[in-house]
Design a protein around this ligand. Structure first.
Ligand SMILES: Cc1cc2nc3c(=O)[nH]c(=O)nc-3n(C[C@H](O)[C@H](O)[C@H](O)COP(=O)(O)OP(=O)(O)OC[C@H]3O[C@@H](n4cnc5c(N)ncnc54)[C@H](O)[C@@H]3O)c2cc1C
Length: 442
């Protein structure tokens, strides 16, 4: 199996040795930028956000260049769990209470619609990415979390969303695990092969006339008359407007933006394909799952029947055995009868976490915009915020009435110490989950 490479610096260009890289169809052929050019809008970052924005801008007849440091999907978009889940950390009632009776309900409608946008993009551009809208299960493991998911389901039901509460027996039938005491099922959700999806978005953007350049890290962003000059190693782009879509992989290009999120590692493993017998027991309906632990575990099957499990990762290089210990313990807890599965893949990625736990949409002034900070829920929301950040550049309201608050940039104080903070928080949450002794410390 291929073990982890820990690459946070987007100027590195190695392919990530993940399950998704091994099984995705190739992306479109893309060349680095090797000349000086002009565009209406330059987009930095070729992930879900940057490419969704590019497609929205191309639909509005704008001339767009996307500059990606490595290849589309090199960042979180090509490494994630592929769970397409609606909503934010805050439940609909909380969102309405925080944002009032006008914006609140419109915001709830917006965050609910993320999966619709994803599956519509896949349909419109015939993207071959194992897309399934089987639904997402959030199982509970304590009395308190059971009440929490029941409240959550009730709030969405009140808004006519296709969701329902599950009892322990139903959760066991749908997941194959006896660990849980209940849960809820959200039928708006689904799964994709994320790298295949992001490569499909890149192909779609190119088809609409967007110039997408791979291996073109933006090294400098300088004011240039009425616009901006973006410098890459072998060429420049002059554009009136710039969208920065670099999320957790934001480097030194815009220091304050980089410091507005904390990059938190998340690690995934994929087993060898499960036997036919196990595939009838584990997630027979191909649902996606993420649980209610403070340090949550998320899992699903891939097209070949591998169990793909994600959970907290670690900063820096570790050996395979060290990396697997936590995930193997999680699998043993969820599926004790499965024995000791063999693993095909193990890979890392960085999640952009914000201090208020919601994504941020920014107008940074003088024609620069940004959307980032999805807190591990970016597959659906990046399709939405990519479209809405394009709407900011176009200076027009969304045609379907989707809205999201545009907030001032807020760099996190003492950001340089964020890794220490993340490690401490992980330790504390692990104790809250009662796992300190079970797993040992790392
Ligand atoms: C392990 C893992 C599992 C996850 N699982 C899920 C999940 O199941 N469901 C879910 O909803 N969300 C999940 N997420 C979150 C989701 O993947 C992200 O929120 C989403 O992919 C963010 O997309 P993006 O386009 O904003 O950023 P990214 O995909 O990270 O793209 C940023 C891009 O910017 C490029 N870049 C950076 N600097 C420069 C520069 N100077 N010049 C040019 N290019 C640059 C990078 O190379 C990168 O490709 C997960 C994340 C991780 C890491």
């Amino acid at each position: 199996m291929d073990w982890l490479t820990d690459i946070h610096d987007a100027t590195h260009q190695e392919e990530v040795a993940s399950l998704w890289a091994a099984t995705a169809p190739p992306g479109p052929p893309l060349l680095p930028l090797v000349a000086d050019t002009v565009a209406d809008v330059a987009i930095v970052g070729g992930g879900f956000t940057g490419l969704a924005a590019a497609i929205a801008l191309a639909d509005a007849q704008r001339d767009v260049v996307v500059l990606e440091a490595a290849q589309p999907g090199y960042g979180a978009s090509g490494r994630n769990g592929g769970q397409v889940i609606p909503g934010l950390k805050y439940d609909p009632d909380d969102l309405e209470a925080r944002h009032g009776s006008d914006l609140g309900p419109r915001l709830v409608r917006t965050v609910a619609a993320g999966p619709d946008l994803v599956f519509e993009l896949i349909r419109r551009f015939s993207i071959d990415c194992d897309a399934r809208r089987a639904g997402w299960i959030q199982p509970s493991h304590t009395e308190a979390t059971r009440r929490l998911v029941e409240r959550r389901a009730a709030q969405w039901q009140a808004r006519r969303a296709p969701v329902r509460v599950l009892d322990a027996t139903e959760v066991e039938a749908l997941t194959g695990s006896r660990l849980y005491n209940g849960g809820w099922l959200d039928e708006r959700a689904g799964t994709v092969q994320p790298l295949a999806y992001v490569r499909g978005l890149a192909r779609a953007a190119v088809g609409l006339g967007v110039r997408v350049h791979a291996e073109s890290p933006v090294l400098g962003l300088e004011s240039d008359g009425g616009g901006w000059r973006l410098r890459t190693p072998r060429g420049t782009v002059r554009a009136r407007q710039v969208i920065i879509a670099t999320n957790a992989y934001s480097g030194q290009l815009h220091g304050a933006l980089r410091r507005s999120v904390v990059a938190v590692p998340s690690l995934q493993v994929a087993t060898t394909p499960l036997s036919a017998e196990w595939r009838q027991r584990i997630l027979p309906g191909r649902h996606a799952v993420s649980d209610t632990y403070n340090l949550l575990r998320y899992y699903r099957l891939d097209a070949a029947g591998r169990l793909v499990v994600g959970a907290r990762g670690q900063y820096g290089q570790r050996s395979g055995a060290q990396l697997l210990r936590h995930h193997a313990a999680a699998i043993a807890e969820i599926y004790p009868d499965l024995g000791r599965p063999e693993y095909d893949y193990c890979w890392n990625g960085y999640v952009a976490v914000t201090t208020d736990h919601v994504p941020h949409l920014h107008d940074l002034g003088q024609g620069i915009y940004a959307a980032l900070g999805y807190n591990g829920r970016g597959v659906a929301m990046a399709a939405m915020l990519g479209r809405l950040v394009a709407g900011l550049a176009l200076d027009r309201p969304d045609p379907d009435g989707y809205v999201y608050p545009v907030t001032p940039l807020a760099p996190i104080p003492l950001h340089a110490f964020s890794r220490i903070g993340v490690r401490a928080t992980i330790g504390w949450l692990r104790m809250k989950d009662g796992r300190w002794l079970a797993e040992g410390s790392t």
